[in-house]
Design a protein around this ligand. Sequence first.
Ligand code: 5GP
Ligand code: ZN
Length: 113
Amino acid sequence: MNDCIFCKIIAGEIPSSKVYEDDEILIFKDIAPIAKIHLLCVPKEHFAYLSEADGARAQMLGRTLTKIAGLRGRLGLSEGYRLVINQGENAGQSVHHLHIHILGGEPLPWGGQ
Ligand code: 5GP
Ligand code: ZN
């Protein structure tokens, strides 16, 4: 995908603070964090929406969730974390390459608490 900012980060054409990489995913620091720890986990294969996650992609996403859970200590998330996928306009998705926000490092507000 030529104009995709996350594809450019994956390709190393745009610098990022990488915290984990393997053959399927890259995890790097969000440029505008909304929590003490705010990471973005992106599949290396470009696709924009969960609705495009067919069998193989669904399996990759399942492995990805398991990897994130396994990495929690290394990522500083032992006390807990929140995963968020913004999908489409109503969710304010601004980058159209599927990504999982990983939030933590402090107590996270929920429902006005
Ligand atoms: P969305 O709103 O699409 O769910 O989230 C996109 C996220 O990507 C935002 O939290 C934004 O701060 C982050 N972001 C956008 N451009 C860049 C960039 O060039 N580098 C990094 N590290 N994060 C970015
Ligand atoms: Zn992309």
